[in-house]
Ligand binder design. Structure first.
Ligand code: GDP
Ligand code: IMO
Ligand code: MG
Length: 427
């Protein structure tokens, strides 16, 4: 069982950080394969809480080597401050490895992210403002700067010049902003080279060798399936592929080496930023989910939009990721509701639809069709086995499993590592 992918099955914030950390103690490598510091992964270890953005959640497990793969976009200033923040708390960060092919987020990407969102006005995506979209756009446009460019000043300067030639025109003429000086950017980036140099490696070679030798590699997705640029609710998505295939392109490990794909699935639904959300609750139930679930963004501090569980989305996640398992999180948050509605299908223009519509227009028209399941009032945070859950909680989990198309192999009943019911082993 050498390589596993762990990814978000909804719109992000499903509890991937906790799930990754839980597995971190049993795997040799944890690898981020896409996204950047738009991610906010919370890990609770004992009485310590960590918020990770760019570093793989495996960094908190001493035996595990954390890797930033080629598919990630790296803001070097954020990376260094995250590293020093963890080092100050006594976490050993020395094992980190970074792909030389990963692209950099530079100050002009962050600036462009913010000004272009402002320019979109009410059509904005609601990005995290971390420069993610502009950095990936440069990668695809072949004017990106890669981690390896930090170590060749002449190449770095040529590439920054090429990128800014165009961008400064856009900044000045379209957005009415000051041009950004090439020297200033080059100097700032060169300032990171010494501190990052020791971490850079041929991560593709290393990970393939590790898998061939029977070591266990866990690929940790950022964001979630519905935020995928190809398979999500485009254009209200992020600019990378959090879906399972992204683990291959984002690390250079082939699909034949991946043995298991685990979808992290919240027992209800949340979303941050703009875009369609059929089960969104704008009433007091939504407010209650937000309050009890602590649904506030780890990266931007924005309130998360909240709604009931959506089985259409879960089925879609099973399909586009080839999920082998689900890890159902935050079941404890639903304690106390007398009845819990679950969206089983959509009504679109008078018709019942069981699968996620591929047309954006149809999805915007989708109205949830609910089935209501009986709730429970007993505290479940101490439950260690499925049998210890109240009958109605068991029924809720079984119903979700049946509707979602893959076995629920673990259940989160609290934020801590040990607040987990493991049904099937992941390894
Ligand atoms: P990620 O981005 O997918 O890693 O998720 P976030 O960290 O952004 O948001 C998930 C939140 O739920 C965090 O505050 C976690 O500590 C918390 N959490 C994770 N699993 C559980 C669970 O099973 N129960 C409860 N109550 N909280 C959980
Ligand atoms: P984790 O890994 C939830 C959302 C933003 C916005 C859209 C595009 O913690 O689950 P971007 O800055 O990526 O260009 O923003 O994607 N978004 C997330 N939502 N969790 C995340 O990460 C997210 N990362 C980006 O809110 O709607
Ligand atoms: Mg998050």
């Amino acid at each position: 069982m050498p390589a596993l992918v762990l990814l978000g099955a909804q719109w992000g914030d499903e509890g991937k950080g906790k799930a990754t950390d839980l597995l971190g103690g049993s795997v040799d490598y944890v690898v981020r394969y896409q996204g950047g510091n738009n991610a906010g992964h919370t890990v609770v270890v004992g009485d310590q809480k960590y918020a990770l953005h760019l570093l793989p959640s495996g960094i908190l497990s001493p035996g595990c080597t954390p890797v930033i793969g080629n598919g990630v976009v790296v803001d070097p200033a954020v990376l260094l401050s995250e590293l020093s923040g963890l080092a100050d708390r006594g976490v050993d960060t020395s094992k980190l490895l970074i792909s030389g092919n990963a692209h950099l987020i530079t100050p002009y990407h962050t600036t462009l992210d913010k000004v272009s969102e402002r320019f979109l006005g009410k059509r904005k995506i609601g990005t995290t403002g971390r420069g993610i979209g502009p950095a990936y756009a440069d990668k695809i446009n072949r004017v990106g700067i890669r981690v390896q460019d930090l170590f060749d000043e002449s190449i770095l300067r040529q590439k920054v010049e090429a990128a800014l030639d165009y961008k400064n025109q856009v900044l000045a003429k379209l957005y009415n902003r000051r041009a950004i000086a090439v020297d200033q950017v080059v100097e700032e980036l060169l300032g990171y080279a010494d501190r990052l140099g020791g971490y850079v490696a041929d991560t593709t070679l290393l990970l393939n060798n590790a898998i061939d030798q029977g070591q266990v590699v866990l690929f940790e997705g950022g964001q979630g399936t519905l935020l995928d640029v190809d398979h999500g609710t485009y254009p209200f998505v992020t600019s990378s592929n959090p879906t399972a295939g992204g683990a291959c392109t984002g690390t250079g490990v082939g699909p034949t080496k991946i043995s298991r794909v685990i979808g992290i699935l919240k027992a209800y639904t949340t979303r941050v930023g703009a875009g369609p959300f059929p089960t969104e609750l704008l009433d007091e139930d939504g407010e209650k989910l937000r309050t009890i679930g602590g649904e506030r963004g780890v990266t931007t501090g924005r309130d998360r939009r909240c709604g009931w569980f959506d089985a259409v989305i879960a089925r879609y996640a099973t399909r586009v990721n080839g999920l082998t398992d689900f890890f159902l999180t935050k079941l404890d948050v639903l304690t106390g509701w007398e009845r819990i509605p679950v969206c089983v299908a959509y009504e679109i223009d008078g018709k019942r639809v069981e699968e996620l519509p591929y047309s954006q227009t149809d999805f915007h028209h989708a109205k949830p069709i609910y089935e209501t399941l009986p709730g429970w009032s007993e505290d479940i945070t101490q439950a260690k086995t499925f049998d210890e859950l109240p009958k109605n909680a068991q029924t809720y989990v079984q119903a979700l499993e049946e509707m979602s198309g893959a076995p629920i192999s673990a259940i989160g009943v609290g934020p801590g590592r040990d607040e987990t019911i493991q049904i099937n082993s992941f390894l």
